[in-house]
Design a protein around this ligand. Structure first.
Ligand SMILES: Cc1cc2nc3c(=O)[nH]c(=O)nc-3n(C[C@H](O)[C@H](O)[C@H](O)COP(=O)(O)O)c2cc1C
Length: 338
């Protein structure tokens, strides 16, 4: 297969058959999904999220029992239990630790490396990418703002030119808006070591998400996956890409009301900020697990417009590879004189 040439670096780095990562998704990426990704030839990441350390430990053990294939753990550096989670993953011989949320410290990256794991970091801008490599990151994930969940400020097309085209010292995985093998081939040919998807894997049979959550994904168009509204730097909020629903409308109203109260000195800034941060607490669980698709957080990438059926995980990965291979064959037939 022609694709083998392009995936060699990524599969050797991750220790799997195909360098297709299932990005960590809080409440979604449980042992069942992560092990199914590994068993299908990809590479799954458990979501550390806000999980207490005992819960995360159980999940790591459970995933190991359900699959002999390697997997990683994603830690959010801003999570309250982050330090304890970091201690845990360093002693549990994980293959990969992916840092998300903020820029990990040099000593944190080195602790992971000393434990025998590879440290992967998200690079939302070019200067951050260089800083992370300098701090010892073994690989980078470039995630464009098309992605689902918490997003950076820059589109994938720009990150590719700013970082992928400039950096070749570490493997780079590409995320945000990818849902087809043809697109995977394109980024591999540009120099990526592999890809990461989230939204397409939500639509797998093995994914725990509530049937109502998957149903709104099935019906949604790319334009429905929008960044959370934000109006004023006095009330900062990390943007999240999710499907529009009652929750997003109420969040916009809340901010406007709080800004009005701030203007009229009816609330202090700290209290207003607290109300903004409180708004989405528990909202992802509400949507993913309870199926409250009106008020819960429907985190989804714009690639939601490219997925409209629920498939077994193995079928998703096989389809990605077949599609990627046929794209390479198509290009070969154009390039090579008959
Ligand atoms: C429902 C959902 C939850 C997510 N939660 C997390 C998370 O906890 N940590 C993280 O690093 N990324 C999270 N992400 C981002 C994914 O890991 C992945 O990078 C992203 O979905 C890729 O873009 P795509 O959605 O276009 O495939 C989440 C994405 C979704 C759709």
């Amino acid at each position: 297969m022609l694709i083998e040439k392009f995936i060699k670096k990524g599969k050797e780095f991750l220790g799997c058959k195909y360098p297709i990562m299932c990005g960590a998704m809080t409440w979604v990426s449980d042992p069942k999904l992560v092990s199914a990704v590994g068993n299908a030839g990809g590479f799954g990441l458990l979501a550390g999220g806000n999980a207490p350390v005992e819960v995360l430990e159980k999940e790591i053990i459970a995933t190991g029992k359900m699959s002999d294939h390697p997997f990683g753990v994603n830690l959010i550096t801003l999570a309250p239990g982050y330090e304890n989670q970091l201690d845990l993953v360093c002693k549990m011989n994980c293959k990969v630790v992916a840092f998300a949320g903020g820029i990990p410290k040099k000593r944190e990256i080195h602790r992971v490396k000393e434990s025998g794991a590879n440290a992967i970091c998200f690079a939302p801008t070019a200067p951050v990418a260089l800083k992370l490599i300098d701090r010892g990151a073994d690989a980078l994930i470039l995630e464009g703002s098309e992605a689902g969940g918490h997003i950076g400020p820059v589109a994938l097309s720009i990150l590719i030119q700013q970082i992928l085209f400039q950096v070749d010292s570490v493997p780079i995985f590409i995320a945000g808006g990818i849902a087809t093998g043809r697109m995977m081939t394109s980024v591999l040919m540009m120099g990526a070591a592999g890809i990461q998807m989230g939204t397409r894997f939500v639509m797998s049979e093995e994914c725990i998400a509530h049937p109502k959550f998957k149903e709104v994904f099935r019906k949604a168009n790319a334009r429905d996956a929008v960044a959370t509204p934000h109006f004023d730097s006095r009330l900062p909020a990390i943007p999240v890409r999710a499907l529009k629903n009652e929750g997003t409308i109420e969040f916009a109203k809340l901010q406007l009301e709080l800004l009005n109260r701030l203007d009229n000195q009816l609330i202090d800034r700290q209290k207003a900020q607290f109300e903004v941060e409180e708004f989405w607490v528990g909202a992802l669980r509400k949507a993913v697990i309870d199926g409250d698709v009106s008020k819960g957080s429907l985190m989804a990438g714009q690639s939601v417009g490219l997925v409209d059926e629920i498939q077994p995980l193995k079928q998703i990965i096989d389809e990605m590879i077949e599609d990627a291979e046929s794209e390479l064959q198509r290009l070969k037939s154009i390039l090579v004189d008959k």
